[in-house]
Design a protein around this ligand. Sequence first.
Ligand SMILES: *[C@@H]1O[C@H](CO)[C@@H](O)[C@H](O)[C@H]1NC(C)=O
Ligand SMILES: *[C@@H]1O[C@H](CO)[C@@H](O)[C@H](O)[C@H]1NC(C)=O
Ligand SMILES: CC(=O)N[C@H]1CO[C@H](CO)[C@@H](O)[C@@H]1O
Ligand SMILES: [Ca+2]
Ligand SMILES: [Ca+2]
Length: 577
Amino acid sequence: MRTTLLLLPLLLAVVQCDEKELEWWETTVFYQIYPRSFKDSDGDGIGDLNGITENLEYLKELGIGATWLSPIFKSPMYDFGYDISDFYAIQDEYGTMEDFDRLLEKAKELDIKIVLDFVPNHTSNESVWFEEALKGHEKYYNYFVWEDGVTDENGKLNPPNNWVSVFRKSAWEYREEVGKYYLHQFVIGQPDLDYRNPDVVEEMKNVVRFWLDKGVAGFRVDAIAHLFEVDKKLYGDKYPDEPLANNGGTDPDNYDYLDHVYTKDQEETFEMVYQWREVFDEYKQKDGFTRVMMTEAYSSPQVTMKYFGDGQRNGAQMPFNFVLISDVSGSSTAAEIKYALDKFLAFKPVDKLANWVAGNHDNNRVASRFSPELVDGINMILLLLPGIAVTYMGEEIGMVDGYVSWEDTVDPSGCNTDDPINYWTASRDPERTPFQWNAEKNAGFSTGDKTWLPVAEGYENLNVEVQKSTPRSHLNVYKQLTQLRTTSVFQRGRFESVAFNSDIFAFKRWYNSEVYVVVINLKGQDYTIDLTYFENVVGDLEVVVTDIRSTKSAGDVVNASQAEILAHESLVLKVKN
Ligand SMILES: *[C@@H]1O[C@H](CO)[C@@H](O)[C@H](O)[C@H]1NC(C)=O
Ligand SMILES: *[C@@H]1O[C@H](CO)[C@@H](O)[C@H](O)[C@H]1NC(C)=O
Ligand SMILES: CC(=O)N[C@H]1CO[C@H](CO)[C@@H](O)[C@@H]1O
Ligand SMILES: [Ca+2]
Ligand SMILES: [Ca+2]
């Protein structure tokens, strides 16, 4: 014991000079803003760029270092900005290029990095490129994916094959002007670009360069798994039908009906990602500042890891890790949570960082998917696990899904169900309702008489202003957690996790002599847990952060060998030295 203590300072010194300096993106929290719903500065009921600029200080207070903005580009809004008609311009209702420049300037002052959404798979059907294609302009015609229809015995023209769009029904749409069908993996208003055409590849690199030149710190890349379709030359110059999925159900209009072997995760996708990274790195070579790429693909871990690079070439720094969204929910056991969290860590290359995402504008909110009691617990997981954290706006205050009636539903994913009863299971509107700033009209989001989506019920009590002034609030827990993240234990420390029983998930982070344990009770039963299971976790543990309902307070002491963990309690504990 004595000798170890004496050696400790020496060991520390050795460790510290070996320490590699961490870059900005390796330790930060990325905050996803859905601009349409964040803050409306001019009362038209739609969030906008000036609304973001005016509230960047709020992000700073939260301890956020970077924000990723969902698309702000010119768009007819068939898919709320994921259908871009001009990649080089700002959508009017969000503001002007000058507004965007001001946003960048303000962000720079506050040292908040701005990351934009890059939507490379498709344009809008109202883009100049697509309009020119329809007019027979060959260059632009070749930007898209065209195919002849198939005439059946009755002389009726049918789509080229069985491919289904992510938002249901055929992925092919006929255009009289050219007498062919175009491919749209998403809505009809989103014709896919053809990445087998080098002109498209170059054009889209120029889009990236345009915004990097303006000073953005990187891109989150949308729907990357859908970028390439199979090379039809290998199939007699006709796109082949996709095979039926196992357990794909009986509805041929449903995306899950087919196994997407020809339209998803094609090998060429990774090459494209590596090429974009080269563009990013051209910029880094000039000024030493790393631009970051996050890729969005709901794929297997094996496939997801390929986005990092192939050993020779680099790709994205952050291939999104969606386990907290797709693998677990409020009914998961502690073992299932552990299993899901271990997945990315197990598969990722040893020299890359994990990342954690618990929500976004496509998935129900944490409070609704897990439970309102687990908001703090999930934020502890998100912010204290090793790696980069990504928070969807509103999760820091525990916003819940809003109720949006069939009449008010605007998301194509909901509308395309044509089902006024069950539409809500497919609609993404509930997680997109306006941000809740305060108890005033429209939750302080807008002074207008109508907002583009209704404000969620309960905002009078669930909002930023109330939580700022309540010591025990999700917002304040969140701030304590981002603060903890700035320490070496959470930036560099090692990690071990365990399911103590079906309800109690716990993990340990340690670095040199500092040891923390995070304990989360997923369910409504009390337990006494022996935390000495973890090596070097003994004696008195100091309570550092608690969920908002806990009866414990910071500074309290918990006995490691018999820690009482109450129903739904989440705690960050520190081993006393
Ligand atoms: C674009 O697609 C949408 C459906 O998503 C359709 O309503 C609209 O008319 C199309 N616009 C053009 C110019 O083809
Ligand atoms: C903690 O629990 C152990 C085992 O029950 C007990 O022996 C010990 O005295 C307790 N320590 C404190 C400080 O209460
Ligand atoms: C999470 C996310 O951004 N999902 C987007 C994926 O791409 C489609 C089509 O561009 C969008 O509709 C989704 O919102
Ligand atoms: Ca507005
Ligand atoms: Ca595509």
